[in-house]
Ligand binder design. Sequence first.
Ligand SMILES: C[S@@+](CC[C@H](N)C(=O)[O-])C[C@H]1O[C@@H](n2cnc3c(N)ncnc32)[C@H](O)[C@@H]1O
Length: 226
Amino acid sequence: MELKEAKFQQKVEEVLKALEGENYLVEPQRLKKLVEILLRRQKDLVLFSENVKNEHNFSALIRTADAVGVLNIYYTYEGNKTKIYNEHITMGSHKWVFLHKVNNAVETLKKLKEKGFQIVATRLAENSLHFREVDYTKPTVVIVGNELDGVSEEVAQVADFNVVIPMYGMAQSLNVSVATAVILYEAQRQREAKGMYEKPQLTLEEIKNILRKWAYKDIIEDRKRV
Ligand SMILES: C[S@@+](CC[C@H](N)C(=O)[O-])C[C@H]1O[C@@H](n2cnc3c(N)ncnc32)[C@H](O)[C@@H]1O
């Protein structure tokens, strides 16, 4: 474990060296933290939220995704709010993941499938697999569904697997944000066991692009708001 961490820190130092001369508006310690986060981001673990409407739920999804190392969240939303998360609940996590609103869930999922992602829909159906039976170390999109209607039939059709978290109580289902956490943390467990959090997935160019946003442009925007 210590050796793995030492090797990881060596990579962090290498990236920091390569970033010398770039213009950032954050303290060195903060920049180091951002680099560590980016080196652990799981570009090939994507969350797809199908019309999750409650802002508390959606905010909790974002916060969990950030904690697990997800970089991209795709979502459809059929409500009427312009912003569907709440900063007090995301605790800032919305800044560290990319949110992509899409109009056509099926088209988006098909495109991700063409890029090599397996599509895993969380569904309370009799023929769903136990959620731990899936190998989440493969490039994976996890789909979670609307609070009332769940994952739609058309979206489930695109999925390679439907998975269920067993329910042994009176409640028929979990809150969507809890179900998301259960699945994403299973993915995290499998990926940790394979050492995937020590094998950076983002290229130096991708890291530079993201830092230009996180450590420069976003800060200028924040300053304008004050
Ligand atoms: C409250 S549930 C939706 C319930 C809806 N009546 C249905 O049958 O799908 C909201 C979302 O949470 C996730 N979820 C909740 N409990 C789950 C479970 N036990 N297994 C898998 N996913 C679950 C699914 O993504 C689901 O679409």
